[in-house]
Design a protein around this ligand. Structure first.
Ligand code: ACM
Length: 262
């Protein structure tokens, strides 16, 4: 299976331009699965819900879902993309898994970072895996990484590949995802954005360095801090089903939940 990430610099308040850029980067790509950054269509820093409103979209119908359905169909690849979801009068920091057959699966970010708490509801979907070509894809978004329970839950649900859409600002995650791979023996794809964003008295420098890791913690491919790119690599997802570290140790069967406090 050929998998990879798209790394770019989404422009705040410029959804149309962001979608055109995504299409330009992806339309000649030959892959089965591509992960895109968190809030890839809208940009990240919004002053308040009112300012965010015009950049939110429904999860399964309307302009953003239609755009990614069409693109997924055109390049015959599954796409995982972060977007600002509107559901009635509530907003979620969400991720859609768009299958080339038009089906969309949804994840809503569980662990909100910093002032995201003023814009979005905490996600209520929980962590789930979805089948794509017989491979189990787990979804999580950015700051979910700092809670090992996120990746652990996905791995226990059977994830072979964790699809991690991100807008990273702290310097730790890329290293931590190597550990998430090792401790769960899964592939991970972290798709991060880069560039500076300034609005509403806040400024962030996003860290780029998107990567794909394998179940032994090898970084198979990565991007630089400010590379606009799509990178792909051929992987054998079934390797993630072998949870034996030694002939005596299986990282799932050897767990002792009775001794884990909560
Ligand atoms: C983050 O969760 N966007 C840092």
């Amino acid at each position: 299976m050929k998998v990879g990430f798209l790394q770019f610099y989404p422009k705040l308040f410029h959804e149309k331009q962001n979608l055109i850029e995504i299409k330009g980067l992806l339309e000649n790509v030959d892959a089965d699965l591509i992960v895109l950054p968190e809030l890839a269509t809208s940009g990240y820093i919004f002053a308040d819900k009112e300012e965010l409103l015009d950049y939110t979209a429904a999860a399964r119908k309307g302009r953003v879902a239609d755009f990614f359905r069409e693109l997924s169909d055109q390049i015959d690849a599954a796409l995982v993309v972060g977007f600002a979801e509107r559901r009635k009068d509530r907003f979620y920091n969400s991720q859609m898994l768009v299958n080339p057959n038009g089906k969309i699966n949804l994840y809503r970010k569980t662990h909100l970072f910093y002032k995201e708490k003023e814009l979005f509801e905490p996600g209520d979907t929980g962590f789930h895996v979805f089948d794509f070509q017989g491979v189990k894809l787990g979804l999580m978004i950015c700051f979910d990484w700092i809670f090992p329970e996120s990746a652990r839950t996905l791995a226990l649900e059977g994830a072979d590949i964790i699809c991690h859409s991100a807008n990273l600002v702290l310097p730790y995650c890329q290293k931590a995802m190597i550990t998430r791979s090792i401790e769960n023996r899964v592939f991970t794809i972290t798709a991060n954005r880069f560039g500076k964003e300034k609005n509403a008295g806040e400024e962030f420098n996003f860290t780029g360095m998107s990567q794909v890791t394998d179940p032994k913690g090898n970084v198979l491919i990565s991007a630089s801090k400010s590379e606009r790119c799509v990178k792909t690599v051929e992987i054998e997802p079934a390797i993630a089903r072998d949870k034996n570290i030694t002939e005596f140790n299986n990282i799932q069967n050897d767990r002792r939940p009775a001794y884990y406090s909560k």
